[in-house]
Design a protein around this ligand. Structure first.
Ligand code: SAM
Length: 333
C-alpha cells in the first residue's frame, strides 16, 4: 500500500520540459547512446531505488532480518579491499523506499536512506582511524554519516556555507552520532573557498562533494522560470567548483588525498574541473580508481572510456544509482 502511495506521489511529479530539452542536447553530445538509458531512468521516478545505510552506533538486531524479508541484500561484496568491516549497506533491485525514521531528540536513528552511488566517493576516500578529515560541503550530512561508518577520524570538520542547511547538517549528526564520537566533530559555516587559506596543509583527507546541477532533481523543477534561470547560471557552477577544489588542495597535508564528487553528468562540472586543477596545482596527482569500478561492477553501471582516475555512475533499470561522478587526487609533496 505504501509503495502504491509513493508511486502515485511520484507519478504526479511533473518533468520540467525546458530542463529535459537542455539535457537532451548536452548529454546526447557528451554521452552518446548511453544518455537514452539514463534519461529513461531519470524521467521514471517510480523505478528509483533507495539504499539503506546502517548506523553502526545504533541498530536493532531485528533490522537486518526485516530488510532481508523485504528483499534487501548487502550492497557491497565484503571482500572489497577498501570496505571497512563495520560498514553495512543494503539495496534491492525492486523500486520503493524503506520507511524513513523521524528525528527524535535524544534518540539515535538506525539507518540513513540514500542513493547507493553516494557511498562510492566516501569509500574512495579510504578514511582511516585517527586521520584528520574535512567534509567541505557537508549538508545535509549523508556522506559525513557514511564517513563515520568507515572509521573514527582524529578530528572531523564538517562545513556547510548555507545557514539553514548547516542546521540540517547539525541535526543529522545529532541523530546518528553518539558521545564520545560526536566530540571529534566540528561543524562550521564557512565559505569552503576560504578554508584552504585558513587551514593550509591541515587535513589527511578532504571530501569535496560540490554544489552542482543536480540532474535528478532539476528534471522535476516545479517552477519553469526558476529552472531557466538555473540553466543560465549553470556555467558559474564550474568556477565555484574549481575554487572549492583549489581550497581543498591547499588544505591537504603532503601525502593526503581528496575526493571530488558531483551528482551531475555534466562534463563541464566533472572532468573539466579536475583537469583544470591538475594543470594548475602542480603538487596533486590523480589516483587510479579503475580497480574500484571492477570491484563494484555488479551493483553499479559506469560510463566506459573514462580516464582511470574518474568514474561516472550511470543509472539504469534495476541499478538506478547515480548520476554520480567522482575522482581521487593526492598531494604527493
Ligand atoms: N555532502 C552532502 C551530503 O552527502 O549530504 C551533500 C552536499 S551538496 C551536493 C553541496 C552543498 O554545498 C550544499 O549543501 C550547498 O549549500 C553547499 N555549498 C554551496 N556553496 C558552498 C561554499 N562556497 N562553501 C561550502 N559549501 C557550499
Amino acid at each position: 500500500y505504501q509503495v502504491e502511495l509513493e508511486k502515485k506521489g511520484k507519478l504526479q511529479k511533473q518533468i520540467c520540459q525546458v530542463v529535459l530539452d537542455h539535457f537532451e542536447k548536452q548529454y546526447t553530445a557528451e554521452l552518446g547512446e548511453a544518455w537514452s538509458t539514463v534519461r529513461d531512468v531519470l524521467t521514471s521516478p517510480w523505478c528509483w531505488q533507495h539504499a539503506v545505510l546502517l548506523n553502526r552506533f545504533s541498530h536493532s538486531p531485528g533490522l537486518e532480518s526485516s530488510l532481508a524479508e523485504q528483499g534487501y541484500h548487502a550492497a557491497f561484496p565484503a571482500a572489497l579491499p577498501y570496505l571497512p568491516a563495520a560498514f553495512r549497506c543494503y539495496t534491492r533491485t525492486a523500486p520503493g523506499r524503506f520507511p524513513a525514521q523521524k528525528h527524535q531528540p535524544g534518540r539515535l536513528k538506525e539507518y540513513y536512506l540514500l542513493n547507493a552511488a553516494s557511498l562510492l566517493p566516501v569509500l574512495a576516500l579510504e578514511v582511516k582511524d585517527g586521520e584528520d578529515v574535512l567534509d567541505l560541503c557537508a549538508a545535509p550530512g549523508g556522506k559525513s554519516v557514511a564517513i563515520l561508518q568507515c572509521a573514527c577520524p582524529g578530528h572531523f570538520h564538517c562545513n556547510e556555507y548555507d545557514d539553514l542547511r548547516s542546521r540540517w547538517l547539525e541535526q543529522t549528526i545529532e541523530s546518528f552520532i553518539p558521545d564520545p564520537v560526536i566530540n571529534l566533530i566540528t561543524v562550521s559555516k564557512l565559505d569552503g573557498r576560504q578554508i584552504g587559506d585558513l587551514q593550509p596543509e591541515f587535513y589527511d583527507k578532504v571530501l569535496v562533494d560540490a554544489p552542482c546541477s543536480n540532474d535528478r532533481s532539476w528534471l522535476f523543477s516545479a517552477d519553469p522560470q526558476q529552472a531557466v534561470l538555473r540553466l543560465m547560471q549553470r556555467k558559474e557552477l564550474s568556477s565555484l567548483q574549481f575554487q572549492l577544489l583549489r581550497s581543498a588542495v591547499k588544505a591537504l597535508r603532503p601525502g593526503g588525498s581528496l575526493v571530488y564528487s558531483t551528482c551531475t553528468l555534466s562534463k563541464a562540472e566533472n572532468s573539466d574541473v579536475i583537469s583544470l586543477i591538475l594543470s594548475s596545482c602542480r603538487n596533486v596527482m590523480p589516483v587510479d580508481i579503475s580497480g574500484m569500478a571492477r570491484g563494484v561492477s555488479q551493483e553499479f553501471s559506469f560510463l566506459v572510456g573514462m580516464q582511470q582516475h574518474e568514474l561516472l555512475v550511470l543509472p539504469e533499470k534495476g541499478r538506478a544509482w547515480g548520476p554520480m561522478c567522482f575522482q581521487v587526487a593526492e598531494n604527493f609533496e
